[in-house]
Design a protein around this ligand. Sequence first.
Ligand code: PEP
Ligand code: MG
Length: 739
Amino acid sequence: MLGSLRSLMAHGAPKLSELVELVAAEMAVDVCSIYIKRPGDILELAATKGLNPSAVGRTRLRVGEGIIGLCAASGQVMNLADAQYHPRFVYRPETGEEPFASILAVPVRRAGRTMGVLAVQTREARHYLADEVEDLETVAMLLAEPLAAAGAADGSEEGIAGTVPRVFSGVPLVGGIVIGVIVQHGARAVTGRLLADDPKAELDRLQAAAERLQRGLDELLDGRLPDVGEAGAASREVLEAYRLVAADAGWLNRVGEVIRSGLTAEAAVQRVASDVHDRMRRIADPYLRERLADLDDMAGRLLAELTGGSARPTVPPGAILLARRLGPAELLGWHDSGIGGLVIEEASPAGHAAILARALGLPALGGARGALAAAAPTDQAVLDADEGAFYLRPEADVAVAYGRALQARQARRAGWERLRRKQPATADGTRVRLMLNAGLALELGELDRTGAEGIGLFRTEIAMLARGSVPDIAEQTAFYSRVLDAAGERPVAFRTLDLGGDKLLPDAAQPAEANPAMGWRSLRVGLDRPAVLRKQARALLLGAAGRPLSVMFPMVATVAEFRAARALLLAEAKRIQPAPERLEIGTMLEVPALMWQLNALLAEVDFVSIGSNDLLQFLFAADRGSPVLAGRYDLLSAPVFDLIEQLLCAAAVAKGGAGVPVSLCGEAAGRPLEAMALVGLGVTTLSMSASNIMPVKSVLSGLDLAAFRAVLAGVRRDAGAASLRGPIEIWAREQGLDV
Ligand code: PEP
Ligand code: MG
C-alpha cells in the first residue's frame, strides 16, 4: 500500500477522494472514509469510498458521538467486528452505512492534536489484524498534512487550528495569573517527505543521526556544561536520562523496522513515538511512564538531528507552557527559555514539578485534561492558577478582565514592598519565623529578596537531580559552603539526600517496587549503603568550616534509624577540623510511626521539622502525586490538628522542660490559609518556597490570633468532618484576609 501511496503522492498532496479510493482498494475493504474536525468539535465527513457520496459535507458528528466521535475523543483506535453492538454506536441514515458491520477507526493526529478520523468498514463482521491496524495508522499519519491543507483550502484553516474559546479546570499548583501565547511541550509535527523509496539510505540517515545524538550527549556530559545549580546543570539531568534512552537499541531497531516498510527516517521516528505514547496512556506505573516520557523527549531530539532543527522552539517571553508530564529538569530548561507559567495535565500539588515551579515562582495548574490536545501553536490563553482555570483562546472580555486583575495584583505586590522589611508577626503581636525552602544555587538570592530568616529546608538532592549524578566530596563541599556564605548569619537546615520514590538519578540502582514512595528510598538507602551518606556528611562538615551546622534526616521511621544516622554524622565530625561551632542534628517528621516514639525521639533530637507532604501521604494512605486524590484529604482537619498539637505538647516539655523546636516545611506552610491555621495551633516557624513568603507574611500581619484561636476551637468540635477548611476560610474572608 505504501508503494501505491508513494506514486499517488509523487505529484504533491493527493485529493482526499483519491486517498480513500486507494486505501479501500489496497486493504480490500468496502468502505474508507475521512472525517475532518471542524470548529466546535464537530467531525465532518470529508471524503468516502463506499458510503453514500451525497453524505460528504452533510454528515456531522460531535467529538465523542458515535464510534468515529469516540475515536476522536479518546485518541484511540476502535477495532470492532460489529459496530452496531457497541453502546456508543449511532446510525446516520444519509450515509447508507446500514449494510456494514465491521469498523476500524484511527485518529489522525498532528503535533499531538486530533485533526480527524480515518475509518474503514466491511460488510462482513470481522476483527482487523494487527498488520491492518498498523497500515491504517501509517496512512493516518501521512494524512495529517493533506488534511491540514484541505482544511486550509476550503477556507477553514481554523477548522484545523480551532478558534472556539475553551475553558479547562484543574488543580492549582502554584497561584498566579498569566496572559500569553501558549507553547507545547513535546508537540512535534513531521512535515515534508514522509515516504521514501530507498530504505537503505533512510537507515543510514537514522544511524548517522543516532550517532550524532549520542556523541552530542557524551560531549555535553563530559564536563562542558556549567556547574551544579545553574541553567546548564538542568539540561544535564535531561541529557543524562536521554543518554540511557539513546543507548537503548530496542527502540531504534523498531524505528528501523518501520523505515523498511517504506517511511522516511523522521516519519518512522514519529510513528514509533506515537505508538509509545499510546501505550503510555494506558500504563499506570509511574516509573514506566517516566521512562516512556524519556523516550518521547529522545524522539524530539532525534527528529531535530534528522531535520537539522532545534529540539526546543523559541519561546515568546511569558508564554504559557502546556505539557502532559514534565520532569523537574525539563521544567528548569523551559524556565531558562523564559516561560511565564505552565499547565501540566498529569501533575499534583505535592509532586516535584509543582515544588520546583513554586520555587521558581511560576504560576502552574495541574490537570486541565485535554488542554494540550485542544491547543494550537499560536493560541492565546489566560492561566488563572488561583482559581484553577485555563482559558484557551479566551473571549475578548475574559482577556480584558484578566488584564485588569493582573494590574490590581501588581498594585498589591507594591503593598508588599512596605511589609518586606518588617518582621513577620500576627496583628496582635505574636512573632512568627518565615524561612525559605531551597535546593538550587539560583534560589539563594531569594534569601535577600524575600527577607526570609534563613533556610528551613535545604533539599540537597535537588542540585544532584539537576546535575544527574552525585558530585564528589570537593564539589559538594564547595556547594554547601556557598549556601552558607549566601545565608551569612541566617540559619540553614541541610536535609541529607532524599532520593528514591519519584526522585531518581539516571543511574540509580532502584529495585522494582510496587510502592516506591514507601520503598527503599531516602535515609533507608543512606543507612543500608552508607558510603554516599558518609561522603555527604563529610562535605557538609567541611563546607561549614567551623561555622554552625544544622543537619536533618528525611523519612525517619524509628528512633533507631535516627540514632544510626546521627552516629554516622558524629563519627565524621570527629575526624574533621575545624569542628563546627555548633552542630545541631534534627529529624523530619514524615512517617506517622514517630508519633508513638515521641518521648524517646524528643530526648535525642535537637529539632523537628514536619514534612507535611509525606506525612499526609502516609497518614491518609493517599499518594501525594496522584491528581485523582488531590484535595481529598486536608491538612485542615481534626486528625492533623490533633497530631500537631500532641507533637507540640510533647516537644514543649521535652529535655527536662527545655523544649525542642518544631517547625513545618511541607508545601502547606506556604499556603496562607494553612499557614494561619498552623500558627493558630502554635507552629510559629514555617519554611516555604520563595514565592509564598510575602503572601503568607501579609495574611499573618492582618491576623488577630487570639480571635482566630477561639474560632479554631469552635470548628474543631466537628471532629468527624473530612475537612475544616470551609468555616476557617469563611472566617478569614470575613476578616478581610487575602487567603
Ligand atoms: C515533605 O515531605 O513534606 C518534604 C518537605 O519533603 P519532600 O517534599 O522533599 O519530600
Ligand atoms: Mg518528604
